[in-house]
Design a protein around this ligand. Sequence first.
Ligand SMILES: *Cc1c(COP(=O)(O)O)cnc(C)c1O
Length: 456
Amino acid sequence: MAKKKLFYSTNLKTIPVTFREALLKGIAPDGGLFMPEEIPTLSSDEILSFSQMNYHEIAYSIGKKFLHDQIPDDDLRNITIDAYNYNVPLEHVYENKYVMRLDQGPTASFKDFAARMMGRLMQYYLDKEHRELLILTATSGDTGSAIANAFYGLDNIKVVVLFPETEVTARQRKQMTTLGKNVQIIAIDAKFDDCQTLVKQAFADPKLDYLKLSSANSINIGRLIPQIMYYFYSFAKLRKGSKNDNVIFSVPSGNFGDMMGGLLAKRMGLPVKKFVIATNENDEFPKFVKTGKYEIIVPSKNCISSAMNVGHPSNIARLIALYDGIMDETGFIHKTPDMELIRKEIYSVSINDVETKKMIFDAFNDHKLLLEPHGSVGWAGLMSYLQKNKKDDSPLQLCISLETAHPAKFPEQIREILSFDPELPPSLEGIEDKEESFIKLENNYKVFKEYLKKHY
Ligand SMILES: *Cc1c(COP(=O)(O)O)cnc(C)c1O
């Protein structure tokens, strides 16, 4: 049999591993992030053929490029069918400008795309090996519900999510606490960082080795590959069909996993003319693109696009690797990447809260386009790019901005800016009336550890 394709660590201090190992490990032993040694490519005919396919078929085709020598085709096909059982609307805004709504999954956030696929990939291996796994994670809101929902009802996997009791909204809490089955939710009387510390202590505790803990966090390679797929999907559906078709994407970014998916799609052959990478006031990346100097922001700034309040995005290490540089997990650059190529392919801009709110107002009044804060940062980024690059601001230029959450997840902001309540998507309907179940623990590692030992 041919040698399997391998995944290397961005720190380059451990030997490359198979997909299975990278998926189940999450983070490399040297603290780096896993990246594919070889980036597969698609011919323009293959990309053209996607225009006739539905989402899960495209997802399967892309997934297969990375995993054909690791997972049997039929299993992979079933995983994509099961993971992607919801719509991916492409909303026309004006001229050839669109918003891709990645908000129709069970938690109405784009994180469903990655988390659902990762969960099923993990289940595939555990099932085959008759093993079990305990996913342990801390959340400040959205990640926890995406993880809990993604693993909900899967065999061989149990989930424990810690959240800071007073720091998540009632709606965010209910998205986790109304599940049950293999999902246990624990409220901690403390802040998010304290929850995170409890989780880290459990991972480092040899007495809990028997639990086979896994974090399923956002840097897992099993979440990166699914974030490549919707870039191909949206281009295939919206292209006009000529050979010279290309597209400008705008991606609202926090930890930069979403953007990494896009950059990989381009390396695989997707004709992306430019990536607009829009951040909120946590502007370490736009500054880096401009100056070549990377300075983390501590503590991170609190903006209304709360899922993007990240002062040191972990996926930047992957971006640097893609452009032939090396950055470690502290943000220190050991080898300078190709800054010229970065600037050619990426336009990055910081959008503050005032601009974010104004764009929610303007987009609705000018185009009947309803955005929530994260999508508004993305759309504002695109408008900024087009204004500064007049030659790309033509009616025919295809531009796609990503909307990463449903407006109904941010009713307070929408009400304040637009004076109405956004309609709930089907996935959130009825959640107010469902029964909640969670336990409360004090912020004390001993207590938490005893709980885990008693119940798992
Ligand atoms: C996580 C998240 C983002 C940021 O995505 P990254 O991949 O971390 O850049 C943007 N919007 C929403 C709604 C999110 O939940």
